[in-house]
Design a protein. Sequence first.
Length: 361
Amino acid sequence: MVTEIELETIGRAFGIKTPFKKHEALTSGHINDTYLVTQWNDEKYIVQRLNHLVFPNIHAVMANKVLVSTHLQKQYAHAASPYQAVSFLKTTQNAYVYFYKNTYWNVMLYIPNAVTIQTTKNPDITQEAGKLYGDFIFRTSGIKISSLDVTLPKFHDVSWRFTQFNTALEQANNQRKKQAQETINFAQTHVVAMQKIEQLQAHNKIPIRITHNDTKLTNILFNANYKGLAVIDLDTVMPGSVLFDFGDSVRSICATTTEDDPNEAGTHINLELYSAFCTGFASQVNTLLTPTEKANLVLGVQTLIYIMGLRFVTDFLNNDTYYKTRYENHNLDRANNQFALLKSVFAQVEAMERITQKHFR
Ligand code: GN1
Ligand code: MG
């Protein structure tokens, strides 16, 4: 745990002079440590430690984040858009990252009057989320792809994730292997079907776009009227495929349970919410996406859910070294939840295709 004095030291490195009145850990992320700090003059900042075990090149991660947020800021100002982009502070040494006690820190301006939402059943909110993430894809399409680093190579590559899963399986202890047996079987049964997007990519059938790669509901700030305000958490912004941004949103926003709900029986995609998400997303990207992308959106949902289940069970077999966990079987519960969701999506594919085709023409 970091102390307030340490946070203040980091703040000073970023030119924040007024002492801090309080700080609060924001605990929704699985990777970094994020704090909301309030100064004695009531100004607020977000101070964040980036996990350098997950992100081997922190400077490249920061460069991607700054490039995209600066681009969005300009775009929003120019279009008089209601959206906002995060702003990063520079240190007194003119860098976006501060190295302190062997860890890497960055600081953002706090966006006031904003809320995050953990789950929703509201189609209007879901449509807003779709619009905001669609806008993100649309606006970042103006950035040259080669100006961003691939900071986490093969992030959404099923074959690579499956290799990591196999390595974990070889090294796992018997008890965890036994506990996860059904989950392991499911991963093995479906891997081939989930490699289709990869094949399309290998044949250059899916354009490379600048993507967010973590398009969860909790990575959106809403205003007080639940209108979309800002996309946050740009850690994984890099060249990728829109299919996975779409898929990640659908799994996170339109599912009837959260990703780690241990009562996964009956979890499924709420089709009313799915339709609302498509409405919002398509309103921004319909002219941008290619026919092949549109035809593979539902496969993107399935593949992304598969990847998440696979990554969670892999981490369980590795004794929980990647994701933060709150209890012994947390990663296994997450994996089982995602695979239960995927099973139900298999049964919902036709209905989802119909809805998708209606919105993305
Ligand atoms: C991680 O830390 P957080 O919540 O922003 C992960 C995502 C997963 C997500 C699962 C770099 O994101 O890929 O979708 O957990 N980020 C990284 O909720 O691995
Ligand atoms: Mg993230």
